[in-house]
Ligand binder design. Sequence first.
Ligand code: 5AD
Length: 321
Amino acid sequence: MTTASGRDGRLDRAAVLAWLRQDDPAALETLWAEADAVRHAHVGDAVHLRGLVEVSNHCVRQCTYCGIRAGNRNLARYRMTADEVLDCARRIADLGYGTIVMQAGEDFGLTGPWVADLVARIKATTPLAVTLSLGERLPDELRAWRQAGADRYLLRFETSDKALFDRIHPPRHGQSVPRWDLLGLLRDLGYEVGSGVMVGIPGQTWDSLADDVMRFAGMDLDMIGVGPYIPHPDTPLAAVHGDGPDQVPADATTACKVVALARLVRPDANIPATTALGTIDRAHGRELGLRRGANILMPNVTPDRYKACYEIYPDKAALGD
Ligand code: 5AD
């Protein structure tokens, strides 16, 4: 193969699968080069900066991989005040970044009206675009936040393998809407929609990862976030070890393959070099991401007194310092 996408310039599922399984470094150079060229041609050479504010680490969910899951008692919980978030927003604007990303666990203590009011205040007092990443919230809340001025919403689908998804996401009691339906709703509400996956979840197969990449295109995603799975010792999934020939490894190279393929199937998307990639390969992870298809960095501007408590996985790399 001389080009990553084959002669007719299209990347079908078989080609995606072949690239995912490719482990010859010389052959992979073709993939990296093509992803870099497509990135250059479609979104240019600017690296866009988004300021990440981890607003709350309270969470009602029990996702078996995540360090801020409700069941983790070894964690001090915090919820920022609106004024604290506004201070961060001003700092992000002063730094010259274009976007604030407000992320939190699924925390209904961040009430619908509270978030709507905060979004409106940020939009009224800064030039920032507002991205929300607050989990599976209710349709009425998502609608109200959009009306308040929120521009974008991030909700990773994590894996398109339904059995695997259900295993690692125990259901929440009460009202909830399936994640796929929420992603469609977000699009209908006029949000720019971001989604993505973890790479190397125990039980994740190459085939399902190929399906994930095909979904990126099928869903017309505006943003695609991809990072390696990193075991957190205080979670149930840390005791589960994926093995066998079909198990996807949770390493930087495999995550980069998914970043590069995401760029090829969605040339115009905004794709971050994620913190998880920078954590698993501290020296080079984020730079590799940027050279293999990514065009976004998300420096963490969460106040230091809270940062350490937002431990979705251990030893998170701190960009922004
Ligand atoms: N390792 C890697 N990524 C994780 N995330 C959550 N927990 C982990 C982990 N242990 C990712 C999920 C989530 C995003 C905010 O962080 O993909 O959507």
